[in-house]
Design a protein around this ligand. Structure first.
Ligand code: DGT
Ligand code: CA
Ligand code: CA
Length: 362
């Protein structure tokens, strides 16, 4: 990678994601400590905290601690079970917005993505404007805050997005890398886990700056060839790993709020047709086929449920999306005696549309 032409990478990470999704679904809990719990299924409060909002974090409630301990720390906090379907559908909304601003998007998890905007912008000032536009669009259309890092590579972009949370934006230009990294803890380097961190602490190394002073030989001796070399490079902010789309993990979805709560299938079909058209346009633009269709239903009790149909072979036409989603909706209404508040249509298991290859590809 030439230093004259640095890459420009953004890393977008949603703030306290699961808890923030719940705040959006239940505005009345906003401002209170909110704790998202993974119940182990062994009854009572056995299980662990998945995440918590910043109000709950003030009381020491954070990811990984037992639910029982969280309840002792703040008995009157709002405790909610994980509702993965809700977070996935909100994640889809977010990822689509981010995708609209970048050439290549690599979704890393449900709440974060890298995007390569090299070529779309000419410098880091423009990159900052793009980051601000992404944040604003997510705020307006999805109603959530996120934190963004902009940097010449993925390693630093990810550290940068975490640097000023929540609702943060941190830009690290090529010339600022060493200064930015030096005071940070070694565990801020993605890839330095507990074990490596402890061993480095034993060697008297606490910050990334201190790590960068160790020689490659010392590090290889301590951690082996691959890890040693990686540590040496990472401590200097060097990372050439590309932003790559992960085929198969991606979904394209659209979701909307109905004019009024309803279980009238004719009204629901109408909305499905409209959403399916929008999904189809996205697929068409990117020349993708899909292998599954999902109907997303959020009922007036705020629960999100889905029904999915997997096709025998990839399809790419509008009518398959509509017809499948309508069938799923019909089955859903028959199964659940509920009125719906929001509905969505989603396609997944996306594959490149081989039928539309251009001559240049042969
Ligand atoms: P942040 O980014 O510090 O504002 O807070 P989160 O909650 O967005 O944290 P992040 O980005 O590490 O994780 C994204 C989501 O993944 C989070 O909302 C819940 C889930 N998650 C994170 N850590 C754990 C965990 O240890 N267990 C489980 N089950 N879920 C987790
Ligand atoms: Ca997050
Ligand atoms: Ca994350």
């Amino acid at each position: 990678m030439s230093t004259n032409n640095p890459r420009i990478i953004l890393h977008v990470d949603m703030d306290y994601f699961f808890a923030q999704c719940e705040e959006r679904e239940h505005p009345e809990i906003k401002g209170k400590p909110v704790v998202i719990c993974v119940y182990s299924g062994r009854g009572g409060d056995s299980g662990a905290v998945s995440t918590s909002n910043y109000e709950a974090r003030k009381f020491g409630i954070k990811a990984g601690i037992p639910i029982s301990r969280a309840k002792k720390l703040k008995p009157d906090a709002i405790f909610l079970p994980v509702n993965m379907e809700l977070y996935r559908s909100i994640s889809d909304e977010v990822m689509e917005i981010v995708r609209g601003h970048c050439a290549t998007l690599e979704q890393e998890s449900v709440d974060e993505a890298f995007c390569d905007i090299t070529g779309r912008v000419s410098d880091f000032d423009e990159a900052k404007s793009v980051a601000l536009r992404i944040k604003e669009e997510i705020r307006q259309k999805v109603g959530l805050t996120c934190s963004v890092g902009a940097a010449p590579n993925k390693l630093i972009a990810k550290i940068a997005s975490d640097f000023q949370k929540p609702d943060g934006l941190t830009v690290v230009k090529p010339g600022e890398i060493l200064q930015f990294m030096a005071p940070l803890k070694i565990t801020d380097l993605t890839g330095v886990g507990k074990k490596t961190g402890e061993r480095l602490n034993e060697l008297g190394v606490k910050t990334i700056g201190e790590l960068s002073k160790l020689s490659a030989d010392e590090l290889v001796h301590e951690f082996g060839q691959a890890k040693g070399v990686w540590l040496k490079q990472a401590s200097q902010g060097i990372d050439d790993s590309p932003v790559v789309e992960r085929e198969g993990t991606e979904q394209i979805g659209r979701i909307t709020t109905l004019k009024e709560d309803t279980r009238d299938l004719n009204l629901i079909y109408e909305v499905i047709n409209k959403l399916s058209d929008e999904v189809y346009m996205k697929l068409e633009a990117r020349k993708l086929s899909f292998k599954s269709v999902t109907f997303v239903a959020i009922s007036n009790d705020f629960k999100t449920r889905t029904k999915t149909h997997t096709l025998g072979a990839p399809a790419k036409d509008q009518e398959t999306i509509k017809a499948t989603a309508r069938e799923l909706a019909t089955a859903f209404i028959a199964e659940y005696p509920l009125s719906l508040r929001r509905v969505g249509v989603r396609v997944a298991n996306l594959v490149e549309d081989k039928g539309q290859r251009t001559l240049g590809e042969f």
